[in-house]
Design a protein around this ligand. Structure first.
Ligand code: BGC
Length: 479
């Protein structure tokens, strides 16, 4: 059914990708090794199809084709990430790889020449292995290294890039990379390593923001945000207990990072919970580190806009579950999904469009109507999915309708939407077994030809017309 609501004229529609997931060229012309290069080459069994991102979509060599497709989609913005080891092969700021600078200069210049605004993520998970060898995000030293890297990126590209995202999904980096160990660097240290790395992620983000403020902002006039991911967490009943449990969960998942960045310190409920649990568990101090007064003043307010990644929703009940210790256990809340919710090829990415609207309203109220750009939202298809991706179309139509309601009915401050993803790509530990793209790629084809799926036609239509019409099923692009 068509809705009469329309996206605002200046609303920024775009698509998103990340360097390791699309570029390939893993050792091209001076590039250094990332944690994903190292892990996929050394322990291929950690990836479900034993694959890697050595070639992936080959965007390193197919830049012109990517630009042509972006143009065809008529997006206003393209969110992509820079590969830290492609720019700084040693990980450190002593040596800049000219070929990396050339590649990103070309990409940025061609986007701008085609009226597409670059939105650049500094860090989307491909940490230089040299820095991981020193402890990666669990080591305090990374704050300086990340700041050095950010400064170089602003220096190199900030004359043209006006939208910066420091770090993509701190929760995933910390919980999966250093907590349950399901993502590079695959460390298992739940409730300890995850909090230690989280602390340094927050300080590193603030360092990169503050460097922009003091050295670049007045000249370059850009903006710096961070991308944080959350599911919507809906209380399972009207009881006070379930409401409090849902609040604990969102504060200790999403608020873990956003509360310090916006308000200066961890959410009070997170401090209380982790301190209490650590004590009960006989730890000599809280597993959640503390910021000094000086650090609080450095991190508070280091955000010009919020990049929001969102895929699904969970119901939340009061109760203690999860491994001891762990972030999940610290929450004293338990989550589940309704069996009647339609699922995608990733079981937990269930279709619950109303959850996005509720989340946007929660963000508006919790963080004083902060400007939100949805930096990821999308649908997982199976490996055997074809260009006839009707379920993805349903997902986008339904979720975008909720965004429209949040803008017009709830008056949320949402200025852009980046669909995940532009094209099928390397889906981390799931390898090539899941497809998120609007362009289909056969990863066995050496040419890595890109073919628009039906969802690309629908998305382009939404971008052009600014309305959602669920009955519309175009077979081609509008000209
Ligand atoms: C990440 C992407 C990933 C997507 C789908 C997000 O967590 O930022 O890199 O491909 O979700 O799983």
């Amino acid at each position: 059914m068509a809705t009469s609501l329309k996206f605002p004229k200046d609303f920024k529609f775009g698509v998103a990708t990340a360097s390791y997931q699309i570029e390939g060229g893993w050792n091209a012309k001076g590039k250094g090794e990332s944690i994903w290069d190292y892990q996929t080459h050394t322990f291929p069994h950690k990836i479900s199809d034993k694959s890697n991102g050595d070639v992936s979509c080959d965007s390193y060599n197919k830049l012109d084709e990517d630009i042509k497709n972006l143009k065809q989609l008529k997006v206003r913005m393209y969110r992509f990430s820079l590969s830290w080891p492609r720019l700084l092969p040693s990980g450190f700021a002593n040596n800049i790889n000219e070929d990396g600078v050339r590649y990103y200069n070309e990409l940025i210049d061609k986007l701008i020449a085609n009226d597409i605004e670059p939105m650049v993520t500094l860090y989307h998970w491909d940490l230089p292995q040299s820095i991981e060898n020193l402890g990666g995000w669990t080591s305090r030293a990374i704050v300086d290294y990340f700041g050095d890297y950010a400064r170089i990126c602003y220096e190199l590209f900030g004359d043209r890039v006006k939208n910066w995202i420091t770090i993509n999904e701190p929760y995933s980096i910390c919980e999966w990379g250093y907590g349950d160990g399901t993502m590079a660097p695959y460390y298992k240290s739940m409730g300890i390593g995850s909090y230690a790395s989280g602390h340094n992620v927050i300080l590193s983000h603030a360092a990169a923001y503050n460097i922009y403020n003091s050295e670049f902002r007045s000249k370059q006039k850009g903006r710096v945000g961070i991308t944080v991911e959350t599911s919507w967490l809906e209380a399972d009943s009207d009881t006070k207990e379930d409401h409090e449990a849902a609040n604990r969960m969102i504060q200790m998942y999403f608020g873990w990072f956003l509360h310090p960045i916006i308000k200066g310190d961890y959410p009070p409920v997170m401090r209380t919970q982790v301190d209490k649990k650590s004590k009960e568990q006989n730890f000599p101090r809280s597993r959640l580190p503390r910021f000094s007064a000086e650090e609080i003043s450095q991190i508070k307010g280091t955000i010009d806009f919020l990049g929001l990644n969102h895929y699904t929703t969970f119901m939340v009940k009061n109760g203690s579950v999860g491994q001891v210790p762990s972030n999940y256990n610290d929450m004293e809340a338990t989550r589940y999904q309704k069996s009647e919710w339609k699922h995608s090829a990733r079981e937990i990415f269930k279709l619950v469009p109303w959850g996005l609207r509720k989340l946007l309203v929660w963000v508006k109220n919790e963080y004083e109507n902060i400007e939100v750009i949805i930096t990821e939202n999308g649908y997982a298809g199976l490996e055997k999915e074809t260009t006839e991706d009707l379920d993805r179309i349903e997902y986008y139509n339904l979720y975008l309708k909720e965004v429209l309601k949040a803008i017009h009915v709830d008056k949320c401050n949402i200025t852009g939407y980046m669909a995940w993803s532009f094209m099928d790509n390397f889906e981390w530990s799931d390898g090539y077994t899941l497809r998120f793209g609007m362009y289909y790629i056969d990863f066995k084809d050496p040419k890595r030809e890109r073919k628009p799926k039906k969802s690309a036609f629908v998305y382009q239509n939404i971008i052009v017309t600014k309305v959602i019409d669920e009955n519309l099923l175009p077979n081609t692009f509008l000209h």
